[in-house]
Design a protein around this ligand. Sequence first.
Ligand code: HEC
Ligand code: HEC
Length: 195
Amino acid sequence: MKATRWARHVALTFACAWVIPGCLPAQAVDERTAQCWSCHGDNGESPNPETPSLGAQKSAYVLIQLYLFREKMRRFELMNNAVKGFSDDDLRTFADMISRLPPPPPTADTVDPARMERGRALVRQYRCNVCHSPDMAGRDAVPRIAGQREDFLVKTMREYKANIRAGYDASMGDVLQPIPDADILDLAYFTARQP
Ligand code: HEC
Ligand code: HEC
């Protein structure tokens, strides 16, 4: 029994290694995929605090981030472990899968119109819409931020500002340098409520 399972594992690993260089056995990919969704939500919308929603995220952006996690350039242990041993092709598979999930619905609660207006003005003032697109849906290596969880937006902007989160380039660190924390909170409030 044990030997059979072992033989199948070897066969899978072998087939994988020869047919698609560097890929994980199909079984391993399925298992890891289930883990991804248990944290990030299986419908593109994350139910967990400070865990980003991934729905409709730009494939190029996701690929870069997964690469940064794998190389431990973006440091976050749970994610560094989640993609450990993935090949570039595996990262691409996940990036494409994620980009096809539906976009997360915007935070729905009683909206504070004055705060929304402040957020909208700050987005123009700091030119967030120039890079992230006017609808904040992102493009290429610039992420979608519309409808992202507010707690994650705040956390990650503070980390860029404090140079804790490394990006593939320095743009967000530079953007956030002069932005006070009160504005970060209003930007996150507005962005999380964008459809
Ligand atoms: C144990 C929970 C957990 C698991 C399992 C997990 N993630 Fe994550 N993931 C997180 C958290 C939390 C973050 C936010 C890290 C940070 O604060 O910088 C994150 C960040 C990400 C990001 C960056 C998103 C962004 O907008 O910056 C991507 C992409 C991602 N995860 C994809 C995956 C994939 C693909 C898998 C499975 C192979 C996976 N995650 C497994 C918790 C998890
Ligand atoms: C010069 C172009 C540029 C401008 C201006 C800009 N961004 Fe970004 N932003 C980027 C890029 C590129 C990334 C991805 C960087 C990386 O690899 O971490 C990013 C990442 C982010 C993230 C991380 C999203 C995630 O899912 O992890 C947030 C949040 C964000 N930007 C918010 C903003 C806000 C709010 C503003 C305006 C105050 C803004 N950005 C202005 C280019 C820009």
